[in-house]
Design a binder for this molecule. Structure first.
Ligand code: FUC
Length: 797
């Protein structure tokens, strides 16, 4: 399963990504000079600082008054004083360069560069003269190192220099035969959209609170000689060489700050010592076992692939007519690959660019953008059977809650915890905007924490770990609900509303122009209602907090109902305003359809229908992530062909350097906003899973949105809520057979139009009808059930 080229990368979005959650590399595959752009997941600018703003609390009553008087321009203006500082930026570590001494290629013909996503290994092969050269590059999770093996087909023909460089303030040194690169991160990096003098600021090395970082490169040779100086490791006359790279910073996740006693130099020394003891074959084997354990959990076959085996991926994207179903499979698995590579237990969550960033001032600081992007990164985690890779986000929510309690108290005088639309390594929870520079349309959105709690609940819903729900998830959900209880205010009509309220990042049109702030946007109301529902369900399940459940139930009754507007659409705002942009990339008002489960065809048919109209009005365009979101939405509306249209739209080749609102993918299949943003990759994966299997209504629905073109195929290993692993086989557009493995022994309910038979170990299991088209059967934990669907056969109901 390859992303492949027959020439080296000319730019970063043609390079091939590898990662072990902590260390990331982008492999260019240059012949005379290899460049591997390096990242370390905790390398961010800045340090914890005061971001809360007590003025916000003083102004809140006035703000609410302005909103209730519909003085929107004044409300927007006032919000400037409620802002805090911008978040800090995710930084590039540097580059590993390998300067080959074999001279130029005679001909390009024999050059190949590929990433096999099923192994997590990049390979580069080419020939110079009579000698065949090859490289393998991998990022090992078990051995915590980035590894490059270089070989020459003839003995003694391998000579090169390997050097380390960084855009940050750093220096190199030699320790024994190892090359090191170390320095300190800037104390401040301004977002790329913030025009300011000195956008990158360093402190004094001895006193700075910014992070210290350290990288270390070692070489193990077969034959030849190794000599190290500050210019690099000089290898000459070898037949094979293996380079090991490790990097670390002084970031302490428990403190949430730099910790001087966490010496990154010692950490890289330990990592390199440990990996160098092993032979390359063993490191490779351990990497493969680890990668396959995760990657092989899911298989997908949508039809025959028509692309020639050696077609370079960028050409394959250009030639994609919807017939190259192999490219859709690749896109699906790539999202899983990228999650495996960017999010492992103990690492930071995948940011806007996952783990990979080459720019000092990355787009939008490559931070955590909580009004869609950070959540989207984790949409495939549960449904695509990578539940343990959800952990970095779930842990991060816990860190945000600690800071968010202070922000809730200081900025709003509220209980519970709050987060706004941006966060960073330091767990910023206050609004950004540099105290007035920002625009309320993105700054003033205190729903970041509320949306994130959906992940806590979903992790439980899929996995069923009650201890996790009780000890970790529910307390954070409950405290987010406390914030909402305080944040909701009664409006003139007597409804509980949020105020100030924005619909991320879309302005409405009022008589006097475009505005951000009004009251009770559909997104606010949807997220809060769903949080309350999840809290109620969790508390009842755990058998605790009866009084709190009553409070939530009571409050829910008075919350402003969602409304249907003049175009029969689900209103985005509580008043039926006109849109700033009818095709706006955000579809925030549809969050209750997907990824939420607030509005379904059966729970609220009118709203469901109106939401479909809203999606229709938004159109099929947008940034990469917007296309990905719409894919999932059309899947929830059970319209496979529309979802497939969005996949086609995403499979449009975008060139390096473009920017704007027309999404697509780069040559290396990275999602393009453009610029590169990884969220669209993850949404494409979860969207495809959602087309094949849904479980958000407490029953399994097989192939809810199968496009006509995906006539026959199979998927193995998807996960459904309730602790089920599900495989499906379909022919001529209809489900033939399903396999359900039950983890927890819960009853399994299936929605089916077709008669169904269920067997365990060959024996028929009795089915109980539990609703219209719903059949239920009991399961035992650890058992496997075969479900057969056949028009000819009577159901064993
Ligand atoms: C949100 C989106 C932008 C971009 C940014 C990182 O603000 O509206 O399109 O994805 O996040």
């Amino acid at each position: 399963m390859n992303i492949q080229f027959n020439s080296p990368a000319q730019n970063w979005v043609e390079a091939l990504p590898i990662g072990n959650g902590k260390l990331g590399g982008m492999v260019f595959g240059g012949v005379e000079r290899e460049r591997i752009a390096l990242n370390e997941d905790t390398l961010w600018s800045g340090y914890p600082r005061e971001w809360n703003n007590p003025v916000a609390q003083e102004l809140l009553p006035r703000m609410r008054e302005l909103v209730s008087q519909q003085k929107y321009a004044e409300a927007d203006e006032l919000s400037k004083q409620m802002m805090g500082p911008y978040t800090q930026s995710y930084l590039p570590f540097g580059d590993l360069h390998i300067w080959m001494e074999h001279g130029p290629l005679d001909s390009n013909q024999l050059y190949q560069r590929r990433l096999d996503i099923s192994t997590g290994i990049v390979s580069v092969t080419y020939q110079v003269g009579e000698v065949q050269y090859s490289r393998e590059v991998l990022a090992s999770y078990p051995d915590q190192a980035l590894v490059v093996r270089l070989t020459a087909s003839k003995p003694g023909q391998l000579s090169f220099r390997a050097s380390l460089e960084s855009q940050l303030r750093a220096q190199t040194a030699v320790e024994g035969e190892e090359l090191t690169l170390f320095g300190v991160a800037p104390e401040y990096v301004a977002p790329n959209y913030y025009d300011v003098e000195h956008p990158v600021r360093y402190g004094e090395a001895a006193t700075t609170k910014a992070l210290h970082f350290h990288g270390r490169l070692a070489a193990v040779l077969d034959g030849g000689s190794l000599q190290a100086d500050e210019d690099g490791l000089h290898i000459s006359g070898a037949s094979e060489a293996v380079l090991y790279f490790s990097a670390a910073t002084s970031f302490d996740p428990i403190l949430g700050a730099s910790n001087r006693s966490r010496d990154p130099r010692r950490l890289t020394a330990e990592a390199i010592r440990a990996v160098c003891i092993r032979k390359y074959e063993e490191v490779r084997k351990r990497h493969l076992e680890d990668h396959r354990r995760l990657f092989d959990r899911v298989e997908l076959h949508l039809g025959e692939s028509i692309a020639p085996a050696n077609l370079p991926t960028d050409q394959r994207i250009v030639e994609y007519g919807s017939d190259d179903l192999g490219l859709v499979e690749l896109l699906f698995h790539y999202g899983r690959y990228l999650l495996i590579a960017s999010s492992r237990p103990g690492t930071t969550p995948a940011n806007l660019q996952g783990l990979w960033n080459e720019e000092l001032r990355a787009p939008w600081s490559s931070n955590y953008t909580l009004n869609i992007n950070a959540e989207m990164n984790y949409w495939p985690a549960e449904s695509c059977n990578l539940s343990e890779l959800h952990e970095p986000l779930l842990e991060f929510i816990g860190r945000l809650a600690v800071n968010g309690r202070e922000t809730a108290r200081i900025n709003y005088g509220a209980k519970g915890w709050v987060a706004h639309h941006n966060a960073d390594l330091w767990g910023q929870t206050a609004p950004v905007g540099e105290y007035g520079d920002g625009d309320p349309i993105w700054v003033l959105w205190p729903m970041g924490g509320v949306w994130l709690t959906q992940h806590l609940w979903e992790h439980y819903a899929f996995g069923g770990d009650e201890a996790y729900l009780r000890d970790q998830a529910y307390p954070l959900m409950k405290e987010a609900a406390w914030f909402c209880l305080d944040w909701l205010v009664m409006n003139k009509e007597g409804f509980w509303v949020t105020s100030p309220s924005t619909s991320p990042e879309h302005k409405f049109v009022a008589e006097d122009g475009y505005h951000a702030i009004s009251e009770a946007t559909t997104m606010d109301i949807s997220l809060i209602r769903e949080l309350f529902d999840n809290c109620i369900q969790a508390a009842e399940l755990l058998g605790i907090d009866g009084d709190f459940v009553e409070v939530l139930r009571e409050k829910k009754k008075g919350i402003l109902p969602l409304r249907i507007g003049r175009q029969k659409q689900l209103q985005e705002w509580s008043l039926d305003f006109k849109d700033e942009d009818v095709h706006h990339r955000h579809v925030s008002h549809l969050v209750g359809i997907y990824p939420g489960r607030l509005i379904t065809g059966s729970s609220a048919p009118e709203l469901f229908k109106a939401a479909r109209t809203s999606l229709e009005l938004r159109g099929d365009g947008g940034t990469g992530w917007s296309l990905g979101w719409k894919m999932g939405l059309w899947a929830r509306f059970r319209e496979g062909n529309r979802a497939e249209q969005l996949i086609s739209n995403l499979l449009t080749l975008v060139k390096d350097g473009e920017s704007g609102q027309r999404g697509g993918v780069y040559a290396n299949l990275f999602d393009a906003h453009p610029p590169f943003q990884i969220d669209g990759n993850f949404a494409a994966t979860s969207g495809i899973a959602e087309m094949l299997l849904q479980s958000h209504q407490d029953y399994l629905e097989f192939l809810p949105a199968l496009p006509d073109r995906w006539e026959s195929g199979f998927v193995r290993g998807l996960r459904a809520r309730g602790g089920f692993e599900v495989s499906l086989n379909w022919q001529d557009g209809a489900i033939r057979e399903a396999e359900v493995i039950s983890d927890m022994g819960r009853g399994c309910v299936v929605l089916t139009d077709t008669p169904m038979q269920v067997r365990e170990d060959g024996l028929l299991i009795p089915l109980t009808p539990v609703g219209e088209r719903l059949l239920s059967f009991p399961t035992k934990a650890g058992s496997r059930y075969i479900l057969k669907f056949d028009m000819q056969q009577p159901s064993n109901a």
